[in-house]
Design a protein around this ligand. Sequence first.
Ligand code: F3S
Length: 755
Amino acid sequence: MAFDIEMIKKVYENLAERVDKARELVGRPLTLTEKILYSHMWEGNPTQAFTRGKDYVDFAPDRVACQDATAQMALLQFMHAGKPKVAVPTTVHCDHLIQAKVDAKTDLKRAKEQSNEVFDFLSSISNKYGIGFWKPGAGIIHQVVLENYAFPGGMMIGTDSHTVNAGGLGMLAIGVGGADAVDVMSGMAWELKFPKLIGVKLTGKLSGWTAPKDVILKVAGILTVKGGTGAVVEYFGEGATAMSCTGKGTICNMGAEVGATTSTFGYDDSMSRYLRATNRADVADAADAVAPYLTGDDEVYANPEQYFDQVIEINLSELEPHLNGPFTPDLATPISKMREEAEKNNWPLNIQVGLIGSCTNSSYEDIARSASLAKQVAEKNLKTKSQFTITPGSEVVRYTIERDGFIDTFDKIGATVFANACGPCIGMWDREGAEKEERNTIVHSFNRNFSKRADGNPNTLAFVGSPELVTALAIAGDLGFNPITDKLINEDGEEVMLDEPTGNELPPKGFDAEDPGFQAPAADGSKVEIIVSPTSERLELLAPFTPWNGENILGAKLLIKAFGKCTTDHISMAGPWLRFRGHLDNISNNMLIGAVNAYNMKTNNVKNQLTGEYDAVPATARAYKAAGVPSIVVGDHNYGEGSSREHAAMEPRHLGVKVVLVKSFARIHETNLKKQGMLALTFDNEADYDKIQENDVFNFVDLKEFAPGKQLTIEVIHDGGEKDVIVVNHSYNAGQIGWFVAGSALNLIAAAGAE
Ligand code: F3S
């Protein structure tokens, strides 16, 4: 599907030289992760060794993938880069805006009616800028990427945290915010802190009831939800090579649940098989030719303790199936202990629904193995006790499993097949009765199981397991059922046992689909019109931000002095506001509504200095903007921590805030503010935070001398005319000062392109 073999060949052409050079610079054998990182340096060939967990490095990713929710603002911004086409191969996938309710056909039709304007916009803008567009119903971003675009040794970024799924094909694939995607699509470098490395050695071999999912459920139990932060998890060993490529994808997918930057596996025969089965024999051949460069050096895997920051060893021959949950994916319980744990914790044993599929687990192998269990329901005269649903990861998977009779098998146990989309995995599940908020248990093969994640009910206890275990549990209807040892009573009152699941790794008759749902972009997009209705409440074309006028900022009024924690959620709340992600003015009505005003300890209640009245933060900001008065936000430590959401920087910029002055920043938010042409400053003396008063007005003294490493001075005029002079720091380099001067990073790119 228009994957770029020429681009892949180019990556492989340079690989040997770059990896050999890196080995020389680092002075020791290299892990696969290091090989991929050093072969994707922004400047081309590596020139220095970097310190893991410390150095920030500019990279040149090979691809970008965006899902429909995050793509909207990213592409609206990209329009301002002034480029005729994206700088690297990019795809957009419509998967998040489709709610699961009745069945695939009905749900897809409804989603197209409800989100038509978003799909039309994404389709037209993709067509214009050379972006591959996957229509609603084509599949879930990560499955489609694995089937079409992921390649061993590649580096990609995607605007979704489970982009990491592509590690199953030996990539370094990393989830990022829209701002990073815009940079890469516009031809800029992408910055990442050189990650730490966690090695996971897999010995033995999976068999029987144990599946790849159990590997990551076990790893999550060991590392916990924070244990992978700032690290890449690299899997190796005989257990890794014996596993299917899609199984590897499942493991990498849930690396997001341990907070890892990403996860990956070295190139092996399973990847070659998968590439060939998905019509990419040319990629497999190209990878075969450079195979030693697509995996870690032998010495690294022989003595991992010397080369990784942390090593975990798991013997797959002894690994038991696990169920993780409820409410957190790292609470790992082996299935043999589940009944005891459930009884101890008072978890309802009665399973209401079993759900398989999603981006995490909807490979042919997953479905085939689950179907082998569903088939036994009729053969052994059983009755399925729980409801059962399947969310295929792509139309290719759905068509193929239907052709091979699996959907029919699931139908016979009363299953519902949802659309090839995120659905219940992302909370887009309109589950009947969920509003009653009854305490209940579900089991699923997805990745996340936080409170309300699947159906919005805070009292749904969700347990994560392999698709085959979920199927067995749904048949039994009992959370404590251990299919390895326990018998079921069939409709004749006889005791029967389920046979172990079996299934092909890949379809013997090959993958197929009548219409995979892909729209290739126009060869020449210059005449393509981008479709945005002027009356839309969900989409709005952006106006470029105005450049700096070259003068000191004078008379800026304090908008809010935020007390304590102020995360990107406090600055730009999610939930119902997600609907307005593509409409900057509408979503700006959530700006800082979660931040606590340090003067009255209330949220969304600040003094409008022009009227003396208290009002909502966005309304007050709008009042200043309308009066032509600049405003300033003051904050505490680690301001802007949390997600990389670019809206948290765009909204204040849009509503006339010129400066964010805090004790310290979360780094990504600080960079996002800089990119939007704002002044992100920190107090030189933290105690000056206490000097800021509710009616303060700020005058910059020396902004005209704004230069790297040079502090700035601000006069703070208090009520009654008294003043303090404070010194502030900044971390702008010369290029970033250029962003400020131009009004935004994109303005600068556009100006450079126009010259
Ligand atoms: Fe994400 Fe699952 Fe969709 S984790 S991409 S939500 S299917």
